[in-house]
Structures are given as structure tokens and as C-alpha cells.
Write a protein that binds this ligand. Structure first.
Ligand SMILES: O[C@H]1[C@H](O)[C@@H](O)[C@H](O)[C@@H](O)[C@H]1O
Ligand SMILES: [Fe+2]
Ligand SMILES: [Fe+2]
Length: 299
């Protein structure tokens, strides 16, 4: 198979840097987000603050162990529809993520921004480019074809259920009203889990991470295990950023975490108002999709 590798391209009409000047530079973590604030600052007054807070209030109250298990069973059947990866990317054109203090652009922009940024620094790891492109495709659960799930059970940071909620989780205060907080089987540090059981055994709050992991696995992707780990746990900030829940992790998880931390830099800090020229980069990503996925996937 011939893979045509184009240089990473940004639509720089609003940017003072030109594409050619940028191409050899490493991705630089910006000092502030598109609203002039620190990234992931959930307390800072901004036009996004209230929307984000209300999102996490609902998310933390309604995400229970039982709820997440049921959703996983339901969507794990992959009997909702059939479509290609690119079709799914295009569906995300319509959605803005209510949990995100750093971005109010349609989701397809975020996918391409992440993928193009990581491609620039890791030109030879094509699996990482594709992982970045698809990591948030699970947000398609918001679409009417999937029962129009509300945002609180699709986006936002994720956390383990069946054990105590760690204080490093954003807006931790809202867990007070989660029924699992009063359940003695669930509210101890280890809860229902055995020490170092491995994250694969943990029931995470339901959302786009777990769903896209099920889709990728259920459609027999040839992406490496690190890609599946990134997709499945990229929203688990309490683990990959705050270092919480290490008692649930095994040696394999620790290994995979290294790639997740590489990925996170691009997922978080590439969020900006600079748009990627979709038509220009599309052939490259189609070639990767072709390499790692069947043409049509079950969703
Ligand atoms: O608001 C964001 C967004 O929903 C991302 O897709 C998710 O991965 C992050 O964890 C979350 O903070
Ligand atoms: Fe995400
Ligand atoms: Fe993302």
C-alpha cells in the first residue's frame, strides 16, 4: 500500500506564523488558552465557567456504578449503526463540549488540531496520529442516532466507580449527592477492587473514552495496545495528571501511562482558535484509517 505523507498543515490565515517557518519546530505548550486563562482552570471566572460547573454537578451526581455498567452493556453490543471513521469525524462538526473550559470550537477542529500537533513532533509514529484523530469520536453518543445522550454521560473527565472518589477529581464537592458515596461497599479507598488489579478490571464512569475503546476493539483495529489505552483513559486526569488511584494499576498500566502522558500534552494544549484545513489533511488520515480499521465499523 502506498501511503502519501503530507507535511502537517495548519490554516494560518489568522496566524502570524507561516506554515513553513513552523514546520520544523517542536510543538510549544502555550501559556494560556484561547480565553487568556490557564488551561484546566475550573475556578477562574470565564464565559465557560458556569456551563462547565453545571455539567460536572450533573455528571458527579448521576454517574453511579450501576449506571456505568448498564451503559457499557448496552453500547458494547455495537448494534446502533454502521459507518466509517471519517463519517463519524464529520458528525462531530455539530458538537461543542460543555465540560471543556478551554475550547468552544466544534469537536472536529479539536481532533484535527490534536492529530496535526502530535504528527509534527512524532512524524514516524503514524499510529499516534490516528489515535489522536479518533480519541474523542465516542462523543458521537450525543447524536440523535445514538439516543441523543446528554453531555453529562458522554464528555468530561472520568473516574473509577466502586471505590471512593479521589479529591483530585475536578469539582469533587458534587459527589456528596452521588448515591455511591453513601454505599459502604463502594466508599472505601479500595472499594470492590483488589490491590493492583489493573485498570482493565475497573468500571470507569461512562463516557466517550470507554465507548470508543469498545468500538475500536470490537471492530478489530490493528492499532497497538498503547493506542487503546490512550483512547480508554485519556479523560482519567486524576490518574494521569494527579497520580491518584495507583493502587488500581498493574505494571502494564504503568508502561502504557508513558504514552498517555505524551499524548495528553497535545490533547490539552493544542486547543486553539487556529483552524486546520480539513480538505488538505484528509487524504493522509484516510490512508491511516485504511491501514488500521475496516472500511465500515459497527457502532
Ligand atoms: O472537558 C474535557 C473533554 O470532554 C475531553 O474530551 C476529555 O477527554 C477531558 O477529560 C475533559 O476534561
Ligand atoms: Fe476526550
Ligand atoms: Fe480530546
Amino acid at each position: 500500500m502506498t501511503v502519501i505523507v503530507l507535511e502537517p498543515v495548519v490554516d494560518d490565515t489568522n496566524d502570524t506564523n507561516t506554515q513553513n517557518e513552523n514546520v520544523d519546530d517542536e510543538f510549544v505548550v502555550p501559556e494560556s488558552n484561547a480565553f487568556g486563562h490557564n488551561f484546566r482552570d475550573y475556578e477562574k471566572d470565564s464565559i465557560r465557567k458556569e456551563i462547565v460547573q453545571e455539567f460536572y454537578r450533573k455528571n458527579h451526581i448521576y454517574q453511579t456504578f450501576e449506571f456505568a455498567k448498564k451503559k457499557k452493556e448496552h453500547y458494547g453490543k455495537l448494534d446502533k449503526t454502521e459507518m466509517s471513521i471519517w463519517e463519524c469525524c464529520e458528525l462531530l462538526n455539530e458538537y461543542v463540549d460543555e465540560s471543556d473550559p478551554d475550547l468552544d470550537e466544534p469537536q472536529i477542529e479539536h481532533l484535527l488540531q490534536t492529530a496535526e500537533a502530535i504528527r509534527r513532533d512524532y512524524p514516524d509514529e503514524d499510529w499516534l496520529h490516528l489515535t489522536a484523530l479518533i480519541h474523542d469520536l465516542g462523543k458521537v453518543l450525543l447524536h440523535p442516532a445514538f439516543g441523543e445522550e446528554p453531555q453529562w454521560c458522554v464528555v468530561g473527565d472520568t473516574f473509577p466507580l466502586g471505590c471512593a472518589f479521589d479529591e483530585s477529581i475536578v469539582h469533587h464537592q458534587f459527589f456528596k449527592e452521588n448515591p455511591d458515596s453513601g454505599n459502604p461497599a463502594f466508599n472505601t479507598k479500595q472499594g470492590i477492587y483488589t490491590e493492583n488489579c489493573g485498570l482493565d478490571k475497573v468500571t470507569m464512569s461512562w463516557g466517550h473514552d470507554e465507548y470508543m475503546y469498545l468500538v475500536a476493539k470490537g471492530n478489530n483495529t490493528t492499532l497497538p495496545p498503547a493506542a487503546l489505552f490512550i483512547i480508554r483513559f485519556h479523560s482519567f486526569y486524576a490518574m494521569h495528571r494527579s497520580g491518584a488511584y495507583t493502587f488500581l494499576m498493574n505494571d502494564e498500566d504503568e508502561e502504557m501511562l508513558k504514552w498517555l502522558q505524551v499524548f495528553n500534552k497535545y490533547d490539552l494544549y493544542s486547543k486553539s482558535k487556529v483552524r486546520i484545513n480539513q480538505e488538505q489533511v484528509k487524504p493522509y488520515y484516510l490512508s491511516l484509517i485504511n491501514k488500521y480499521f475496516p472500511e465500515k465499523l459497527k457502532w
